[in-house]
Write a protein that binds this ligand. Structure first.
Ligand SMILES: [Zn+2]
Length: 200
């Protein structure tokens, strides 16, 4: 088994071979985990929530669902979820511009930067940041279509486990979002925290 700690606000890439399982845990709870997956043999093929939800007919990933690539091929199956479905597939990965929109001055770590750095370390240039699956991220769409982000209820130790259906490079980013924005509480007030990733 391979275990990797993703330090708070950083990102890491792991190899997951077909048939292996990847588990992502938030040890302190309430920590958004941006998740990206690429076909290890052709990184032009990446996990696409848009292609996934039109097939599963749900904007929330659920145990038994398959995540599809942008070529509509199955990449992973969700095996277990102890976060009670508290995940998001709608919000783009945060990036420098997102923080500047909120008035932040200077460089701010972001999931887009974490992804690019993790892939660059493997010799891949990320020209387009894919839509991530945002595990442990509490969003909902109300009946009028408004997108809401209530406080994050995910308990310490919650995890999701997936089985790979092809050889993958998976990237997990501890979302560095730490701005105080009314009605938009992505992480816990206690701050950004680490994630644990294991592959077996
Ligand atoms: Zn983020």
């Amino acid at each position: 088994m391979t275990s990797v700690t993703v330090p708070a606000a950083e990102g890491r890439a792991v190899d997951v071979a077909s048939g292996q399982r990847i588990r992502i845990t938030t040890p302190r709870g309430h920590q958004a985990a941006d998740f990206f997956a690429y076909n290890a043999a052709d990184v032009s093929e990446w996990l696409s929530p848009m292609h996934t939800w039109v097939t599963t007919r749900s904007v929330k990933p659920r145990p038994g669902d398959q995540f599809l690539s942008r070529y509509r091929r199955p990449m992973l199956t969700i095996v277990e979820d102890t976060a009670a479905g508290c995940h998001d597939m709608l919000i783009a990965a945060c990036d420098q511009k997102r923080y500047e929109q909120f008035g932040f001055e200077g460089h701010h770590r972001s999931c887009s930067e974490n992804l690019a750095g993790a892939m660059q370390a493997r010799g891949h240039v990320v020209a387009v940041t894919p839509q991530p699956v945002n595990f442990f991220t509490n969003t909902l769409v109300d009946p009028e279509g408004a997108l809401l982000s209530p406080p994050n209820p995910v308990a310490p130790g919650a995890y999701v486990e997936m089985e790979a259906l092809m050889d993958l490079i998976c990237i997990v980013s501890s979302c560095p979002f730490d701005l105080k924005v009314e009605g938009w509480t992505i992480n816990a007030p206690g701050g950004v925290s680490e994630l644990e990733v294991s592959v077996a």
